[in-house]
Design a protein around this ligand. Sequence first.
Ligand code: G6P
Length: 622
Amino acid sequence: MCGIIGYVGKRIADRVLIDGLKKLEYRGYDSAGISVFRDNKIELFRKVGKIINLETELAEKGLNSRIGIGHTRWATHGKPTEKNAHPHISHSKKIVVVHNGIIENYQQLKKKLPASYKFISETDTEIIAHLLEYYYIKLKKDKNISTQNKYLLAMQKTISQLKGSFAIVIMFSDNQKEIFAVKKDSPLLLGIGINEMFITSDITAILSYTNRSINLEDGDFIVISKNKYKIFDKDGKETNRKINIAQIDTNVTEKSGYKHFMLKEIHEQPQIIEDIILTKINRENNEINFRDLNLSKKDINNISRVIILACGTSYHAGLIGKFLIEDLAQIPCEVDVASEFRYRSHNRVIDKDCFVIAISQSGETADTIASFNEIKKLKPKNLMICNVINSTLTKKADNVIYTRCGTEIGVASTKAFTSQLCILFLVSLFLGRQRNILNDKRYNEIICELLKIPQKMKNTIDSITPVMEYWGKHFYQKNSFLYLGRNINYPIALEGALKLKEISYIHAEGYPAGEMKHGPIALIDENMPVLTIATESNVYEKVASNVEEARARNGKMLVIATEGNKIIKNIADFVCFVPKTLDILSPIINIIPLQFLAYFIAEMRGCDIDQPRNLAKSVTVE
Ligand code: G6P
């Protein structure tokens, strides 16, 4: 979603800003802009579409400013047009701002300003620039306040009016040395270089310049100049925050020979899963080791119910988590889409013996944060499964397990999903073991099979790639797909359909196979590809019957089946074989062909695979 970068220092600012904005492209955006000083005046440069459009325009300008702010915008209020793109400038062009988040009361605030304040954009952000200027002009007249305090006071007064979430970065036209910023419920961090300072919403933007950063806290006000930074807490008191040293993994932002990040990330999965398994399982006694999980055996035995909260692909992982927790730990589990959960009334049904698991790749998804805030008021035990270290959600949770799958750049989530599945599997096993649900024999059989999963994932990738490439060529012109699965593979049908929608823009629906006859069957004819996950399980025969039902309506039957299934060819038009494993582990393998299928279809259709239209990697607004 939107991205912010601010720079002050020894380098030419527009180059640093463009470079940073390019690193933020993966988050999803539809316009971009920067603001720098030229001839002692603030100038705006904004373009709709890709950053390259902005870069091309700037190349001819010969700008020389050493200070500037930049933004990638993902439209919420107002279409993606140049006027709506950030930065936004105030009424008399004294103040320029970039903003992530949403100002909920911007319409009401507009009415409070004098009529002479003209609004140029349709955004909720522009009000911030005008309000800042309104207060700043008033404060400027007061001889008793120092200039620096005038900036901070104008910010404080403005912020006190705003409802919503924000990370705001500001430049004042009468100050070419400093950048100001403030944040609430939207990530912002300070980058500390040598003779240069940065401010950004995502560390990826500045990692090629510095690995020293400070995560800012809600209510913090920040001032940065070339050699100095100051942080004031929400009460205006100057404060210190911990400096983090990021591990720079140059591999992260490189495609390493793959055509797309998504393809690279699909291929990384076996290694990631192997790393998770080997760090969490003690090979001497096969016990699972969650050092950071602060739950006693008694706590675990007292868990009455598990509630999983997540959005998007993480929600699909949660749906699989429900099967695992109910099977392996025998605890009732419900899974909720965070945006739905946050507005329901739960007080009556949630108690302290509930165990809440929030799942989020980014740790910044607004709905997941809000639903987690809601549920935490009721003081249940809780756990966050997250990929991004120190992200907002990780700070709110009592327990955090990191998926550690590395930065995921492709907007369509792949490796984050399988790593979430692996962690959920281990958590379920751990809970089951602690509750004495799993006897040694079953437990060891499961661990033994789990240890084989990375190699089976590798084999799957090798064997199915050409098959999926062939399917892709065959089906890329279709308008609609139906994905069917049952039990633990029903969420895989949902996730497979989501991948196809996200990157190829083909309509795809995931459905529980047994439910097909209650509606979707009406859609099936010779033009409808029906992809069914029919790997070996206790419901295999049932799924095979569903395949027959769809075939009887002339659907094109594409089936994911277990190696060695000799009869599936009799009822399927196309079969893709995957290695045999336990049903409870099958989702982690079965998703791989579906990721590849979406990829190859999108490639055949010439889609922008890593940055699909309208989507954002991390959805920081409601
Ligand atoms: C966006 C992304 C999805 C992701 C979802 C939830 O929609 O495009 O890939 O699954 O947000 O994100 P989270 O970071 O909370 O897992």
